[in-house]
Design a protein around this ligand. Structure first.
Ligand SMILES: C[S@@+](CC[C@H](N)C(=O)[O-])C[C@H]1O[C@@H](n2cnc3c(N)ncnc32)[C@H](O)[C@@H]1O
Length: 268
């Protein structure tokens, strides 16, 4: 997979979470219903119970770390490479339910065999080497540990609202965002066993107007990576669509994937 590169410095082009942190939650908050749905799925797919040691890798503002700790009773570590995202998470964690850690997913500071579950949401398309991250996940897992990867598969997001109204977004996402098949392949190549995926339809927005507001606030990080001209042109087209089609369900629902892999102590 060829990642989107900055020709001037040879590095992968990345969203700047030090800036995104101040508005990330505005358009990304999970409804109570969606939170319950994801917690049920995490419980079912991980088989983990109260007290389980769980790493939320690329935890951001703690959308999942906090409910996994407070509602499921997991012993959660939330790890992220952005101090600003972690600061937002800590502000919400008034009872210190989560252990927050500043660390890079490709070079984790945890000893081997530290966690029963590694969960990640919308992380792998942001990192230089997804394979290096998955290798680290495998290392820090218990011998019987499980990794859960929550994301929008490229074949599902290709025709979503952002990719339709903001064409520059496709140029960034196509080269960096894996499909379900590629994610499963990455896990298998890293020695994970019993790899499979579940697809979930999530109602992200209650109204088209709410989706437009979220887009305006650039809550989907890739909207902060396109030119201002392209962003404003897209917002104009999206606003027109919302105005003409206020009941369009396409504006409300997202198809998401959770891919699972088991460590099972297979030698690699
Ligand atoms: C789209 S946000 C997802 C946040 C959270 N998981 C959620 O679903 O709300 C991506 C997060 O990954 C973090 N991230 C990006 N690259 C990372 C890396 N190499 N190591 C650790 N975290 C990283 C970013 O700082 C950001 O908080």
């Amino acid at each position: 997979m060829v990642r989107p590169m900055d020709g001037d410095n040879g590095r992968m082009i990345k969203a700047d979470y030090s800036k995104i942190a101040s508005f990330y939650d505005k358009g990304r908050s999970l409804s109570a219903q969606n939170t319950a749905m994801w917690l049920d799925l995490i419980t079912k797919l991980s088989g983990a119970s109260k007290g389980a040691r769980v790493l939320d890798l690329g935890c951001g503002t703690g959308r999942f770390s906090l409910p996994m700790a407070t509602r499921l009773g997991f012993n959660v570590t939330g790890a992220d490479s952005s101090a600003e995202m972690l600061a937002k998470a800590e502000q919400k964690d008034s009872n210190s339910d989560v252990n927050w850690m500043l660390t890079d997913a490709g070079a984790l500071t945890f000893p081997s065999g530290s966690f029963e579950v590694v969960f990640m949401s919308h992380l792998l398309h942001h990192v230089d080497s997804p394979l290096a991250v998955l290798k680290e996940c495998r290392r820090v897992l218990f011998p019987s540990g499980v990794v859960l990867i929550r994301y929008g598969s490229m074949d599902h997001i290709r025709n979503d609202v952002e990719h339709t109204f903001f064409p520059q977004v496709s140029g960034i996402d196509e080269p960096r965002t894996p499909t379900k098949e590629l994610t499963e392949r990455w896990l298998l190549d890293n020695g994970f066993a019993d790899v499979f995926s579940e697809e979930v339809v999530q109602q992200t927005y209650q109204t088209g107007e709410a989706h437009l507001d979220a887009a305006r606030s650039k809550s989907t990080s890739v909207l902060s990576m396109i030119s201002e001209e392209s962003f404003h042109a897209g917002i104009y087209r999206l606003a027109e669509h919302v105005d003409k089609n206020p009941d369009d369900e396409w504006l409300l629902f997202d198809k998401m994937t959770m891919t699972v892999g088991h460590k099972r102590n297979i030698k690699v």
